[in-house]
Ligand binder design. Structure first.
Ligand SMILES: O=C(O)CCC(=O)C(=O)O
Ligand SMILES: [Fe+2]
Length: 150
């Protein structure tokens, strides 16, 4: 990404961790019921631990990562349910401190790649994204510079 080693860690000010444990009970109609709606995480990095024997995570290639001005994608994903088996996953989210201001790096912006996102305070961005229902990449709209379409 054209950054010095450890630069990203420094930009977090302090790397915070959050944990979400997801429990998906068996579901008699898995073709009609999702475990988790399509979304992307508001964290900077997510580590997911899941059962070996039940799959459920599905991903979509779309969406953007604010710091990289959309060059690097944050993956939209969802969880499906399983007819016979329950599934448990643990997502560990790494994220910056609330007072960290996040905006695209200058070196990711040029004539072909105009600035897509305005500066946001990470705490505001995270809280408004937790308040919304999960809906793909919609939570990134709050930072998006409106004239620019993906
Ligand atoms: O359970 C899964 O596979 C996905 C969990 C997830 O995406 C999340 O907790 O944000
Ligand atoms: Fe997720």
């Amino acid at each position: 990404m054209g950054l010095e080693k450890h630069a990203l860690v420094g930009l977090h000010n302090e790397v915070l961790h959050g944990l979400r444990v997801n429990y998906y009970p068996p579901c008699s109609t898995p073709e009609e019921v999702l475990g988790l709606s399509p979304h992307s995480d508001a964290s900077t990095i997510t580590l997911l631990m899941q059962d070996d024997d039940v799959s459920g995570l599905e991903i979509r290639h779309r969406g953007n990562w604010i710091w990289s001005n959309g060059k690097y994608k944050s993956i939209e994903h969802r969880a499906v349910t399983n007819k016979d088996k329950r599934r448990i996953s643990q997502a560990t989210f790494l994220y910056p401190r609330d007072d960290v201001e996040v905006e695209p790096f200058d070196h990711m912006i040029d004539a072909q790649n105009p600035k897509m996102y305005q500066k946001v305070r990470y705490g505001d961005y995270l809280r408004q994204s937790l308040k919304r229902k999960m809906e793909g990449k919609k939570h990134t709209d709050v930072a998006k510079i409106k004239e620019i379409e993906e």
